[in-house]
Design a protein around this ligand. Structure first.
Ligand code: AHR
Length: 645
């Protein structure tokens, strides 16, 4: 099976191997807008490019983890989601003459964190007429041929006569068992059981369910029923490989976690309470996400940190700062102290060595190595807090964190009157034309103020994932961020993920879409990947004259690699001619590389069934040297990689 990385490489390279090796001047003819003249002074560096400019932002929204990145296949595994008068995503299976009912028993559970469970009361069952329950998964269960699925569950039998528990994966359409196993005898006390299911030569499909049955009358309680496919880097309780590989293909430098609104929760007791998200799954009570579903918290703090480790990127750790979305807040002062201490403990859990209290907890959970963290964010979008408490809350967190961790850079989520934060987090959700208008936003911002983290931004056009129009808005905005990357230290698009099944989306215009089986990138995904891959290390002085109103560019250079990256955006329906002149170098190689993302119209997009309608094409091209003309196609985003000494 070819991996997603190979798949993406194919898009970038092999599609590009429909390579033309032509000259840049033989581009499409037809109407053109006013030519642009672009002068690039390589020997006049304006400023360095922030090496951490492009990263990822994440939270539990749009079934990002449950039903998304977190590879768990069983939906509502701890039965908190009650659905309409029942137990959501679980159903009684009526086979033969069996007779059984199911309900949530609030008095029986395997742990203090999970004090309830699913009770199945079987009035009639035998080996020919099994009774039990089935789980439908997150819009199905993706099964692949010759693959091992690892499961576990907690169970308690009403009596020792109940007999074995049968576990099977069953095809929804044929009713055929695809893989099966048996737990021989269930204890009459709560106990954890592990099992393994292996498929044979089946067709890959997500139209499958999990079936748990017994062949004897009696009672059985179940909890934390779990099933995992092979995960990225074989992590236990790990992530979907395809989605991890897609993120890797974005060349990110950091992950902002765990939100977003998800950090805050609607109410204070629905915040991301990190201490409830570590340790064995049976000790995690789960909690409600502000995006209106229960979070399993299988993606807990340690799993977030391991995600950054697997992608070899930095963590931008957002700590809960005493404000929740529906407006409740904790006053600065003694009432806030426990929350500040929680944040200090959280930083220690992530960064402390094993001699520290929370570093030792992390080591006990299997990760003795501390995680390197440079940035800690205090809250999320605290401009929503109309009480005016953020100044005081930020100051209290700042003082305590800096006292213990002076090396950390602290990010404020709203402008402050009384103090200058190290970094300020700005968020932008706009239409493409608004981004075109605002592309010079940071050109004139005071360089003596805080550094900027554009912690959430996106062109909101297209649903569930963005279209080419949005990608053009994004690319234009990114030219502005690169030009100002002396000020902007980091930027992350949001939201990153969406499960495209009906009911999976709470927020439109997302970057990566998926169902149980497949995933794909929006045109915006490719625009970002192109910008991040060809980042460069410094911004040379450049000037532009002429050009259409929706022509944008950014130029960066990597002196060590002797390359110049010219990023060009033509958000017009007609071609754009550009006369480029590069000064301050001895020579510019006539052989260059061009990556093009373009579309016939703004609405063109990718979908789960047509995942690469809009995808980059890489071409070898010839230029005439330090002075050349280049014509951009309509609706295009291009990166021209030039070799200059
Ligand atoms: O990205 C979706 C939401 O937008 C985030 O949770 C929140 O921070 C912002 O308002």
């Amino acid at each position: 099976m070819s991996s997603k990385v190979e798949h993406l490489q194919r898009i970038f390279l092999n599609i590009g191997l429909l390579l033309f090796t032509g000259t840049l001047m033989t581009m499409p003819c037809g109407a053109q807008q006013a030519a642009a003249t672009l002068n690039i002074q390589i020997d006049h560096p304006a400023h360095p490019v922030s090496p951490t400019l492009y990263g990822l932002m994440t939270e539990e929204i749009n079934y990002s983890y449950d039903g998304g990145l977190y590879a768990e296949m069983v939906r509502n595994r701890t039965f908190q989601d009650r659905g309409f008068g029942g137990v959501a995503h679980w159903n009684i299976e009526h086979l033969g003459t069996s007779d059984a009912t199911m309900s949530v028993d609030e008095t029986e559970g395997p742990s203090a964190a999970l004090p309830h469970s699913l009770l199945i009361e079987i009035k009639q069952a035998d080996s020919a007429s099994l009774a039990g329950v089935r789980n439908e998964g997150y819009w199905g269960m993706a099964l692949r041929p010759n693959t091992n699925y690892k499961g576990s569950l907690y169970a308690k039998a009403g009596s020792s006569e109940l007999g074995p528990l049968n576990i099977a994966l069953v095809n929804d359409n044929t009713g055929k068992t695809v893989a099966s196993t048996t737990v021989q005898a269930l204890s009459t006390e709560w106990k954890r059981y592990e099992f393994s299911l292996t498929t044979g030569t089946i067709a890959t499909s997500s139209e499958n369910h999990l079936l748990l049955t017994v062949g004897h009358a009696g009672k059985v309680w179940l909890d934390l029923v779990s099933l995992f496919p092979p995960t990225y880097k074989d992590r236990v309780n790990g992530n979907r490989p395809d989605l991890m590989e897609m993120m890797a293909a974005m060349h990110p430098k950091f992950l902002r976690l765990p939100g977003g609104n998800y950090l805050e929760g609607d109410q204070i007791d629905e915040r991301f309470d990190w201490k409830n998200t570590i340790g064995p799954l049976v000790d995690r009570p789960t909690h409600r996400s502000p995006w209106n579903y229960q979070s399993s918290d299988g993606m807990g703090l340690l799993e977030f940190l391991e995600w950054t480790e697997d992608l070899k990127i930095q963590t931008v750790l957002a700590v809960y700062a005493g404000y929740s979305l529906k407006g409740d807040h904790i006053h600065p002062g003694p009432a806030l102290t426990p929350f500040v201490e929680d944040a200090l403990d959280e930083i220690e859990f992530a960064t402390g060595d094993t001699s520290t209290k929370w570093g030792a907890v992390r080591a006990k959970l299997g990760h003795p190595e501390p995680f390197p963290i440079k940035y800690v964010e205090i809250g999320n979008e605290d401009w929503f807090d109309r009480s005016g408490s953020y100044e005081g809350r930020y100051a209290q967190f700042y003082k305590a964190i800096k006292a213990k961790y002076p090396q950390l850079e602290l990010i404020a989520t709203a402008p402050l009157k009384g103090m200058k934060p190290d970094v300020l987090d700005d968020h932008y959700y706009k239409r493409a034309d608004e981004f075109f208008e605002d592309v010079k936003h940071y050109d004139t911002v005071d360089r003596n103020g805080p550094k900027i983290f554009v912690g959430e931004w996106a062109t909101r056009e297209g649903s569930p994932t963005t279209n080419m129009g949005a990608a053009l808005g994004d690319a234009a905005w990114m030219t502005g961020m690169e030009r100002n990357s002396d000020l902007i230290v980091m930027a992350s698009y949001a939201p990153l993920f969406v499960n495209v099944n009906p009911g999976g989306m709470q927020w439109e215009s997302d970057l990566i879409g998926y169902d149980a089986l497949n995933s794909y990138g929006a045109p915006s995904f490719y625009a970002q990947s192109m910008f991040a891959e060809f980042l460069g290390t410094e911004v040379p002085v450049s000037t532009v004259q002429g050009g259409g109103p929706r022509f944008f560019y950014s130029v960066t250079r990597d002196a060590a690699k002797e390359v110049i990256y010219l990023k060009l955006v033509n958000a017009s329906s007609i071609a754009q001619s550009i006369d480029v002149e590069i000064t301050g170098v001895n020579s510019v190689d006539k052989n260059a590389t061009l990556v093009t993302l373009d579309a016939e119209n703004l609405a063109k997009t990718n979908t789960i069934t047509a995942p690469t309608r809009v995808a980059p094409v890489k071409s070898a091209v010839k230029i005439t040297g330090a002075k050349f003309n280049h014509t951009m196609p309509p609706y295009s985003i291009q990166v021209l990689e030039l070799h200059a000494k």
